[in-house]
Design a protein around this ligand. Structure first.
Ligand SMILES: [Zn+2]
Length: 185
């Protein structure tokens, strides 16, 4: 159950990251992913990027500029507009972009780092949860655990511990039988 919940959150984080990359508004996608998990994830993978938002972000960061003749977005290094073939003036970093862009991209970088740390924590928790269930089965009831104890004692008595004659683990077999019926031993 815990694993499923963690996987769900992990899906939501990945969905949010992809949505952000595609220039989509992140919050609705997080909500969508928290409700429908993998479905939202697949949806954002196939969804087309919001071209205007991606372009606006590129303008903000300073990768693109607007052609003064046709108003299409072209690369800042371009000397000729690829849309209207107009010669472009040499690009000078506008003071405003220089002030705003680094803060913006820093914000984004910090956000990505936070997402990365959360994702890493979830992966670690998932691994821990998986290990603890396979090792001790803490979800077993008291009766089941007592039964397993009797089973292990029985296998030791007949010299079939830790491995049974067929090579299976005595612990595993005792657990399996006791979970089926606590009267197994
Ligand atoms: Zn142009």
């Amino acid at each position: 159950m815990l694993q499923i919940a963690l996987l769900w959150v992990l899906f939501a984080i990945i969905t949010a990251t992809v949505a952000d990359r595609k220039g989509r508004v992140v919050r609705p996608w997080v909500l969508y992913a928290l409700i429908l998990g993998p479905i939202a994830f697949i949806h954002i993978l196939v969804a087309a990027p919001d071209q205007r938002a991606v372009e606006a972000a590129a303008l903000r960061v300073g990768d693109l500029r607007k052609c003064p003749a046709c108003a299409e977005l072209v690369k800042v290094e371009a000397v000729v507009c690829r849309f209207c073939r107009t010669s472009l003036p040499e690009y000078v970093t506008p003071a405003r972009a220089a002030d705003v862009a680094p803060i913006k991209s820093d914000d984004r970088a910090v956000g990505m780092q936070v997402l990365g740390v959360i994702a890493a924590c979830i992966v670690v928790l998932l691994l821990l949860a998986t290990r603890s269930t396979s090792a001790s089965r803490s979800s077993d009831s008291y009766e089941v655990r007592v039964c397993i104890g009797r089973g292990v004692a029985y296998f030791k008595e007949i010299d079939s511990y830790p491995l049974l004659s067929d090579g299976r683990s005595a612990d595993a077999v005792a657990g399996e039988r006791c979970r089926r019926a606590t009267s197994a031993f």
